[in-house]
Design a protein around this ligand. Sequence first.
Ligand SMILES: [Zn+2]
Length: 127
Amino acid sequence: MKRNQTYCLQCGLPLVGRADKKYCDDGCRNSYHNARMMDANKICRPYHRSLKQNYGVLAEHFNSGQDLVSKDELLMQGFNPKYATGMDLLEDGTMCYGLYDLEYFEQSGRFIKIRKADIPPPVIWGH
Ligand SMILES: [Zn+2]
């Protein structure tokens, strides 16, 4: 029985050989993966930049011993609350956001409390 003709995912030429082949050769495979990685980089880069910017702002306060900062000050320093690396609900119902190895949550009077992250992985992921 003749199997359906398949085509290289990169250059579109008909493929010969193994049925599970996806590319003509390593060159086409690499080009394909590089192109996809470039797309991914293009999409991810602005998010990474914002996360690093946020982390830089928080870490500067935290590392200088200041773990309570006003929201407005953070915003003025370029902190963008849209970007975080994680979130978790604290026992009192406060939402706590993660930024790499730091976490922060709102306290009364528009203040943000910063501390070292110590969040166990969410239960649904099991152990
Ligand atoms: Zn090819």
